[in-house]
Design a protein around this ligand. Structure first.
Ligand code: GLU
Length: 302
């Protein structure tokens, strides 16, 4: 073993589709190419979006494609205590604060300051409940927000293994973001950072649609004193309408009665075309192809 730990972290909002298999396969291949460990974590904290039984379906789909986790599957719904202790730490450090604002109030405050909501994205939080602005002013807390810095400190840079150098100005792109939601649920940003660190994940391989979440996660890692993992964001599979294939826009569940066809399509999305007569043979060749793409040293010296 090389100290590499990777993971696939699906939300159980439905079965895997062609796009999610690409992310699963890429993370598995990268782990295998590095002789590392591959984990599966079910991200079931957004309970209103979770579909009962979808976790089992996803795990069976992965297994049919030969993708077996190296350790027992972890469920975020069972890890609340970890998220609470991270929130406590951030509150104690003054990095997080409770917020009483409703969406309507945020929209109104932004309007008054001439800030309009970006077409795709959350409203920037105007900082109303920051302690230096008066805090909750006697109102009951709804959500908890992470304070982001301003100016040069707010510029987060990272070198993505696939996308190359990336940058985001946190204060103007996202602002003080929610880490515990008004409905009491843990926000993805906090849970993912806490879990990746707690599970010792060293390499995060996931779909490109999550790339713009990465700076928020890096900021959380810094403030929680957690080691930064490597990031690799893989290209998305687009549907016939040119939009990202997703459960939300009606992507068909993977038909894993034909696992080789599923794997071949996923491999093509990652840049190689392999035909093999069994799943293990396909995967073995795919590791080799992936090593060429990644230019990592071969798992075993020739
Ligand atoms: N659970 C997230 C999703 O399915 C992925 C989280 C991650 O890979 O960081 O979109």
């Amino acid at each position: 073993m090389t100290g590499y730990i990777g993971r696939f972290a699906p939300s159980p909002t439905g079965p895997l589709h062609a796009g999610s298999l690409v992310a699963a396969l890429a993370s598995w291949l990268d782990a295998r190419a590095h002789q590392g460990i591959w984990l599966v974590r079910i991200e079931d904290i957004d309970t209103p979006r979770c579909v009962p039984g979808a976790d089992g379906v996803i795990l069976r789909q992965l297994a049919a494609c030969g993708l077996h986790p190296d350790q027992p599957v972890v469920y975020q719904s069972e890890r609340s205590a970890l998220y609470q202790s991270a929130l406590n730490q951030l509150l104690a450090q003054g990095d997080a604060y409770p917020c009483a604002c409703t969406r309507a109030e945020i929209a109104q405050a932004n309007q008054a300051r001439g800030i309009t909501k970006p077409r795709h994205g959350d409203m920037l939080y105007p900082g109303t409940c920051r302690p230096e602005n008066g805090g909750l002013m006697g109102r009951p807390p709804r959500a908890y927000r992470m304070r982001v810095p301003s100016g040069p400190e707010a510029r987060i840079d990272w070198v993505d293994d696939c996308l190359g150098p990336q940058t985001q100005q946190l204060d103007t792109a996202v602002g003080d973001f929610v880490i515990k939601r008004a409905d009491g649920l843990w926000a993805y940003q906090l849970a993912v950072v806490v879990d990746d660190a707690q599970q010792g994940v060293t390499h995060i391989v996931r779909g490109e649609d999550l790339a713009d979440n990465t700076p928020r996660q890096i900021w959380l890692q810094r403030r929680l004193g957690l080691p930064p993992p490597h990031y690799r964001h893989t290209p998305l599979v687009l549907g016939p309408n040119g939009e990202k294939l997703s459960k939300q826009n009606g992507a068909m569940p993977l038909d894993v009665s034909q696992p080789l066809a599923c794997l071949r399509a996923a491999g093509q999305a990652l840049g190689f075309d392999i035909v093999a007569d069994s799943v293990p043979a396909w995967l073995e060749r795919a590791i080799f192809e992936w090593q060429k793409i990644r230019s990592v040293p071969p798992a075993f010296p020739p």
